[in-house]
Write a protein that binds this ligand. Structure first.
Ligand SMILES: Cc1cc2nc3c(=O)[nH]c(=O)nc-3n(C[C@H](O)[C@H](O)[C@H](O)COP(=O)(O)OP(=O)(O)OC[C@H]3O[C@@H](n4cnc5c(N)ncnc54)[C@H](O)[C@@H]3O)c2cc1C
Length: 267
């Protein structure tokens, strides 16, 4: 479609939607075409979505991209946020600083040592999976998973950017992360780094026992979560928080906001 002015883009999208004859979107493909037209759907949405979900866009429900942010502006950021950044030194550094002077035990499964750990505090904030907490008694909640292949390259620059997405169907990975560009590619003394580390990210099937990444908020899983949530609400002195315990997709800013809100109301 090329670069064009908002008004012309709007009418082009409307025209493509008309040609496709979509009045009410019955699947993801129709929903995407009615939002962004055929050209952008073919180039940006189709291959990427089919890789992510391992299914044809015609076989995916429309609701998945109902909230796809579409703006007819020259702002090429993905998010609409006014400010976008990550903490200096990354999230590990900010969390380390917040927890300075506090006893931390790593590599301990809370559920395996629940009785002993519960005895240490009046209240517990649980950030693990809600279904695991209740011994999967109603069955496991489903997740989408991703797999990373990480490589260190003997060159200072691979792609000049922290994340590059591959929207075509043929490339097997969905994106490549080049970690150094989150920190402007310098070491702590501000020197350029001679090497670079990249991670290719692949969409992957999830089965119980795998690392849970993205919740599947379809009807079935939402109903299952509601059953676990009922049990969680009745649990004394345990606060269920975060993406796993609330079975909800959170971005970092949202999870920080939710934590602040929760701590203000719970303590
Ligand atoms: C692949 C991927 C990419 C992402 N990219 C972005 C991005 O670009 N921008 C953005 O804003 N957000 C991104 N996010 C989202 C971001 O990572 C989350 O919002 C954030 O990590 C949620 O924090 P949390 O505390 O809820 O969960 P987590 O960070 O998952 O923390 C939960 C903690 O609980 C621990 N835990 C679980 N079970 C137990 C147990 N039984 N015993 C002891 N400990 C336990 C886990 O080890 C973990 O440390 C991404 C998420 C994923 C999966």
């Amino acid at each position: 479609m090329g670069r064009d002015y908002p008004r012309r883009s709007r009418s082009k999208i409307d025209e493509q939607r008309k040609v496709a004859g979509i009045t009410e979107s019955k699947n993801l493909e129709e929903q995407a075409i009615s939002l962004v037209g055929t050209d952008i759907y073919e180039k940006l949405v189709k291959g990427y979505t089919e890789k992510q979900w391992g299914r044809d866009c015609k076989d995916l429900p429309a609701f998945i991209i109902k909230r796809l942010p579409v703006r007819l502006t020259f702002d090429n950021n993905y998010f609409n946020a006014l400010y976008q950044d990550i903490p200096i030194g990354g999230y590990a550094r900010i969390v380390e600083n917040m927890l300075k002077g506090i006893e931390i035990r790593l590599g301990v499964d809370y559920l395996e040592h629940k009785v002993e750990l519960d005895a240490l505090a009046d209240r517990v904030v649980y950030t693990g999976s809600i279904d695991a907490y209740f011994g999967y008694r109603f069955g496991p909640l489903e997740y989408h998973s991703v797999r990373f292949e990480t490589e260190t390259l003997d060159k200072p620059n691979f792609q000049g950017n922290a994340a590059v997405n591959y929207t075509d169907r043929e490339t097997p990975w969905t994106r490549i992360i080049e970690h150094k560009w989150f920190e402007f590619g310098k070491d702590e003394q501000g020197n350029d780094l001679p090497k670079t580390v990249i991670s290719r990210e692949y969409s992957s099937e999830w089965k119980p026992g795998d690392e849970p990444y993205y919740p599947v908020n379809d009807e079935e899983n939402s109903a299952l979560y509601a059953k676990y949530k009922k049990l969680a609400d009745a649990e004394q002195n345990v606060i269920f928080g975060g993406r796993l315990a609330e079975y909800k997709y959170y971005d970092m800013d949202q999870v920080v906001a939710a934590t602040i809100e929760m701590s203000m109301s719970a303590f």
